[in-house]
Design a protein around this ligand. Structure first.
Ligand SMILES: Cc1cc2nc3c(=O)[nH]c(=O)nc-3n(C[C@H](O)[C@H](O)[C@H](O)COP(=O)(O)O)c2cc1C
Length: 393
C-alpha cells in the first residue's frame, strides 16, 4: 500500500517525508522534486520566510541510480532558518530564557486549541507543527507520486481561480493550466493576465492595510483512466478520498469536485454531462465514450469516469495579521492583541501546488491498488492490459 507521512517543525532542523509502498523502477528525478518545492515557495503576497528558504530535497533512501528500489523513500529538506533558532528551539532542555513564546493565541490558528490540548504554557510548539511549512514535505512526497503517475500518462497541474473578490471569469484549457508548470515567474498562478492583475490588486490592498486574503485554486489531473475509486464502500470513493486529502491542507476550508457548488443551485439538465460515442478512437482518450462538458469533475459514483479530475480548494484568509485581532495573554489573561510573527498575506498559488501533491498521492495510491505490481514494468503491463480492455468495451 502506498503510504506517506511527514515530520518536522517550522523552525526546526529540517522537514522529513517518508513514502513507502512505491514499486521498484520508477524514475525519480531530484531536479523535478526541487522544481515542485520551488513552485510551492512562489506567489505574490508571500512573507519574508520564503526569501530565507531555498528548499532543496535530499533523498536519503529508497532511490538508487535514479530509480526507486521498492523500499521506503526518506526525503530531507533543510530549514535554512534553523540557524536562527538553534538556541530558541533546542532538542535538549537548553536555556529557557532563549525560548520565543507565542504569548497570545492568533484567532484562526491552532494556537489556543493546541495549547489547551497539549497543555503548553504558550503556543510556540503548536505553531511549529501546525504551520503550513509542513506542506513542503507533502510536496516532496507528492513529487514521487507524480513521477509514478507520469509513467501511466497521468499529469497534474493547478491554477488559481479566485483571490478574495477577484476571479477568473472564463474556462481554462488543460494546455493553459499545464503551461503554468513551466512559468519562471509566478505571480498569482492564473491563466488569464487581466484576471491575474485584478487578483494582484486585491493582494496589494491586503498588504497596504495589514490584512490577509484567501481564494480558490483548482487542481486538474489529466489522463486519469476510468475506474479509480469505487462506490462499493464509503471509504473507497474517489471524491471522498480527494476531499479528505485536499481538506487536510492548512487553511483549506472547503473542497469542491467539478462544479459541485454551483450545481446545487441549478437544474439537473444543465448540470449533468451528456454521454456520446466517437466512431474513431481519439489518441488521448481511454475510451470512445465522450462528454460534451465536465461538470462532474471526472468523478461519478465515487469512480473516475475518464474525464479530467477537477478538485477545487477554498482557502480562508491567512490568520496571522499585521494589524492583529483581539486575543488574550496566556500569562496574564489580560485582553491584548494577537501575536504577530512574520507571515504570508496570500498563499493561494502555493496551496494549489501542495494540493497537486495531495491529489497525486491519492491517485497514485488508488492506481497501485488497482494495477498493483512490485515493479513499474509489472504495473505498466497490468495498466496496459486494463486500458486495452476498456478500449475494446
Ligand atoms: C502554503 C501555505 C502557507 C501558509 N502560510 C501562512 C503564514 O505565513 N502565516 C499564517 O498565519 N498562516 C499561514 N498559512 C495557514 C495556516 O497554516 C493555517 O491557517 C493554520 O495552520 C490553521 O489551520 P487551519 O486554517 O487549517 O485551521 C499557510 C497555509 C498554506 C497552505
Amino acid at each position: 500500500m502506498l503510504r506517506f507521512s511527514t515530520a518536522g517543525e517550522s523552525h526546526g532542523e529540517c522537514l522529513i517525508a517518508m513514502v513507502s509502498g512505491m514499486p521498484a523502477g520508477v524514475p525519480i528525478d531530484e531536479a523535478k522534486m526541487n522544481r515542485e518545492l520551488w513552485r510551492r515557495q512562489q506567489g505574490y503576497g508571500r512573507g519574508g520566510r520564503m526569501r530565507i528558504e531555498r528548499d532543496t530535497a535530499q533523498i536519503l533512501s529508497g532511490v538508487r541510480h535514479g530509480k526507486t528500489i521498492g523500499s521506503p523513500i526518506a526525503i530531507r529538506i533543510e530549514n535554512n532558518d534553523w540557524k536562527n533558532w538553534t538556541e530558541s528551539l533546542p532538542v535538549a532542555a537548553g536555556d529557557p530564557t532563549k525560548h520565543k513564546a507565542v504569548a497570545s493565541p492568533r484567532p484562526g490558528h491552532a494556537d489556543l486549541a493546541g495549547a489547551l490540548k497539549y497543555d503548553f504554557p504558550d503556543a510556540r510548539y503548536v505553531l511549529e507543527r501546525a504551520s503550513a511549512r509542513e506542506s513542503t514535505a507533502r510536496v516532496a512526497a507528492g513529487a514521487v507520486a507524480k513521477q509514478l503517475l507520469a509513467e501511466l500518462g497521468i499529469n497534474i497541474a493547478s491554477h488559481v481561480i479566485r483571490v478574495g473578490s477577484a476571479e477568473l471569469d472564463r474556462a481554462a484549457e488543460w494546455s493553459e493550466i499545464e503551461a503554468l508548470l513551466h512559468r519562471e515567474e509566478v505571480l498569482l498562478g492564473c491563466v488569464d493576465e487581466d484576471a491575474e492583475q485584478r487578483m494582484k490588486a486585491v493582494v496589494d490592498q491586503a498588504l497596504r492595510t495589514g490584512d490577509s486574503v484567501g481564494g480558490v485554486f483548482e487542481v486538474v489531473a489529466h489522463g486519469v483512466p476510468p475506474g479509480l475509486g469505487t462506490y462499493a464502500n464509503w471509504d473507497e470513493r474517489l471524491d471522498g478520498l480527494l476531499a479528505f486529502a485536499v481538506m487536510s491542507l492548512q487553511a483549506v476550508k472547503a473542497v469542491e469536485i467539478g462544479r459541485g457548488v454551483t450545481a446545487a443551485a441549478a437544474f439537473g439538465s444543465v448540470v449533468h454531462d451528456s454521454i456520446h460515442y466517437a466512431r474513431e478512437q481519439e489518441a488521448d482518450r481511454h475510451t470512445r465514450f465522450t462528454r460534451d462538458r465536465n461538470n462532474a469533475g471526472g468523478i461519478e459514483g465515487g469512480i473516475s469516469n475518464g474525464e479530467d479530475v477537477i478538485v477545487r480548494g477554498y482557502l480562508k484568509p491567512i490568520s496571522t495579521l499585521r494589524r492583529p485581532l483581539g486575543s488574550v495573554s496566556f500569562s496574564t489573561r489580560e485582553e491584548v492583541k494577537a501575536a504577530y510573527e512574520r507571515s504570508d498575506v496570500c498563499v493561494v498559488p502555493a496551496a494549489g501546488v501542495a494540493a497537486e501533491a495531495m491529489v497525486a498521492l491519492t491517485l497514485a495510491k488508488l492506481a497501485m491498488e488497482k494495477f498493483g505490481g512490485d515493479s513499474m514494468r509489472e504495473m505498466v503491463r497490468n495498466y496496459q492490459g486494463y486500458c486495452e480492455q476498456i478500449r475494446r468495451f
